[in-house]
Design a binder for this molecule. Structure first.
Ligand SMILES: [Zn+2]
Length: 120
C-alpha cells in the first residue's frame, strides 16, 4: 500500500516513502518527517533495549552488592560483639587483679579476707 504524492516543485507523481522527488530532487516534508521519526523510533528502541539490559545488570549487581554488604555487616557485628565480650572479660579480670593488688598492698590476702568474711 504505497500512497502516491505529487511533487510540490515539479508536479511529478511519486511514492510517498521516497524522501525526495526522483525527478527534481525536492525533499518531501512528509517523507523527511517520516524518515526522521523512523530514526527517532529506532534510537528510542535502541535506548529501550540498552536500558532494559542495563537495568537487569544493575539489578543483579545491586543484589550482589546487598548480599556482600549484609555479609560484611554481619562480620563487623560479630567482631564488635566479640571485642565487647573480650573487653568485658578483660575488665572483669582487671577488676579482680586490682582488688587482689589493693588487698596485697594493704597487707591483706584474699584468704584472710575470706576468713574474716566467714567469721562474721
Ligand atoms: Zn519534483
Amino acid at each position: 500500500m504505497s500512497k502516491k504524492i505529487i511533487c510540490s516543485s515539479c508536479g511529478a507523481e511519486y511514492e510517498e516513502h521516497l524522501v525526495r522527488c526522483p525527478y527534481c530532487g525536492t525533499a518531501t516534508l512528509n517523507a523527511e518527517e517520516n524518515e526522521y521519526m523512523g530514526k527517532l523510533e529506532d534510537v528510542r528502541k535502541d535506548l529501550e533495549d540498552y536500558s532494559g539490559e542495563g537495568e537487569k545488570q544493575v539489578k543483579s549487581k545491586v543484589g550482589k552488592t546487598i548480599i556482600i554488604v549484609i555479609l560484611v555487616m554481619i562480620i563487623i557485628a560479630a567482631l564488635i560483639l566479640g571485642s565487647i565480650f573480650l573487653d568485658w572479660l578483660g575488665r572483669q579480670r582487671d577488676k579482680n587483679n586490682r582488688k587482689d593488688e589493693f588487698l596485697n598492698n594493704q597487707g591483706i590476702t584474699t584468704s584472710m579476707l575470706e576468713e574474716t568474711y566467714y567469721e562474721m
